[in-house]
Structures are given as C-alpha cells and as structure tokens.
Ligand binder design. Structure first.
Ligand code: GSH
Length: 253
C-alpha cells in the first residue's frame, strides 16, 4: 500500500521519523532493524499487542488496517512493512540495503513480497495457534468493537477464527506449515549458494526474513532441516541492528 493519505492531525504534525510499532511484532522488528542499519533516529510510538492497544479507534485513525508497523516521515504516512522498508532504503540511500543491479533488486523485492503474501495464511496462523492462544483475551465485546473498526475482510475473518474457542482447524494449521516449509526450503537453497538471501550483501531480504525466523522459533516451528538458515540467523544475531531492532524490544519471543 505504501504512502497513504491521512487527515489525522497528529500524524500530519510529526516531524522526522515516527514509528508506530509493537515489541513482539515481526513486521515491526524489520522496520526497526532497517532504521538501525541506516543509523536513523526515530520517535517511538509503542503499542502493546497483548493489551489490544492496536484495536482502538485512535489507532485505526493512524493505520486504517489496525496493524503495526506504520511509519510517518515528516507527516507522510506509510503502511505495510515491505513498502516501509523500500521507502527507507530509497529515501536514505546509505548504507544501501539492496544490490545496485536491477536483477538483484528484483530478487530482494520478490523476497519481500513473498513474506507479505504468506503473512496471514502461514505466519500469523502458526503464531496465533502455537504461541498466542489464550494470550490475547478478546472478549465478545472486543470482537464486536473490532468488527466495527476492521474493514479488511481477510483480517476480520482471521481474528474471528483465532479468537474463537476452537481456533484454526488442523487442516488450516497444516497448510500454514506446508507454506512455511516451502519458503524455508527456498531460503535454505539460496543460503547454500551465497552468504545472504540475495548474493553476498546483507539486504532488505535478510531484514525481512530474520524476524520471521526469530518469532517462528518461539512458535515451535522447527528449523532442524535447514542448517544454512540456522547459520545465517546466527550471523545476523551479531549485527547491532538485530540487537537494537529485535532483542532490545523482545529478548525472547
Ligand atoms: N502486511 C502487514 C502485516 C502487519 C501485521 O500483521 N502486523 C501485526 C504484527 S506483526 C499486527 O499488527 N497484528 C495485530 C492484528 O492483527 O490485529 C505488514 O507487513 O506490515
């Protein structure tokens, strides 16, 4: 979605970089990592997902999807982590977080879009099933209020199921796992051929997938079959951007 129009006076008045984000949110971790890699100062607007702080009219007036992250740069509002990452890299050129050549940039873009495309069906389904059940306590009233705020049918359906007594069906959970397996097999192949997901330079692709690795471990997803992925994640742990963008906010998922 990228830049979106807003009439929110608070958002319009923000000077510099302001990030609406959540400590445990893997999409927020990406953006925090990118900001750290670029050495950019930013103002934090933290929302606690476990306390339903994104499920309020005030936050829907910032991001009409009710999701974190949302970045504001001098009054310009950008939503969707993949678009935010590309915005940051384009606007603040150094250090570059994408290869200079178009083929490499297309590859990075494809990794970003892959993560976006599997987010609800695979990532959120696995995390909400294995990690978050019972953590978010949405009462009936909450669900009704949320339904009034949330206009996106996929998110509405997702939260209706995740908040129900039965949660996702075994078939849905299985589909989620299969999608994750396909993606991590693809990452394993890429990382057996070069140091980072796209060639030999750390890029937005790594920034996008490392928080998924981190949070999926916490949701009991097994990385046993993927030795190159495990070594890659270990290498990223040493970067200050991982310390500051991930561990400072969420020591353990
Ligand atoms: N496609 C969005 C997904 C954002 C998203 O799902 N954020 C999660 C945290 S990682 C969130 O806000 N969850 C709260 C909710 O689903 O209501 C992006 O990449 O920014």
């Amino acid at each position: 979605m990228g830049k979106i129009a807003t009439e929110n006076q608070q958002v319009l008045s923000h000077k510099g970089l302001h990030l609406y984000h959540g400590d445990i949110s893997n999409c927020s971790m990406r953006v925090r990592m990118a900001l750290e890699e670029k050495g950019l100062p930013w103002v934090s607007h933290h929302l606690d997902l476990k306390k339903n702080e994104t499920r309020t009219p005030a936050y829907f007036a910032v991001n009409p999807m009710g999701l974190v992250p949302a970045l504001v740069h001098d009054g310009v509002l950008i939503i969707e982590s993949d678009d935010i990452l590309e915005y940051i890299d384009k606007t603040f050129a150094q250090p570059a977080l994408q290869p200079a050549d178009q083929i490499g940039r297309d590859e990075v873009h494809a990794w970003l879009k892959l993560a976006t495309s599997i987010h609800i069906k695979a990532v959120k389904t696995t995390i909400y099933t294995n990690k978050m059940r019972g953590v978010f306590k949405h009462s009936g009233v909450d669900a009704d209020e949320y339904a009034k705020l949330q206009k996106d049918p996929e998110l509405l359906a997702f939260h209706r199921i995740s908040g129900s007594a039965d949660g996702f069906t075994p078939a849905q959970v299985d589909t989620a796992l299969k999608i994750l397996d396909e993606c991590w097999s693809r990452a394993e192949t890429a990382l057996s051929q070069h140091r980072w997901l796209v060639g030999d330079s750390f890029s937005l692709a790594d920034i996008t997938w490392v928080p998924l690795h981190f949070t999926l471990i916490g949701a009991n997803y097994s990385f046993e079959p993927y030795p190159h992925v495990r070594a890659w994640a270990e290498a990223v742990r040493d970067r200050p951007s991982f310390q500051q963008g991930v561990l400072k906010w969420c020591a353990k998922f």
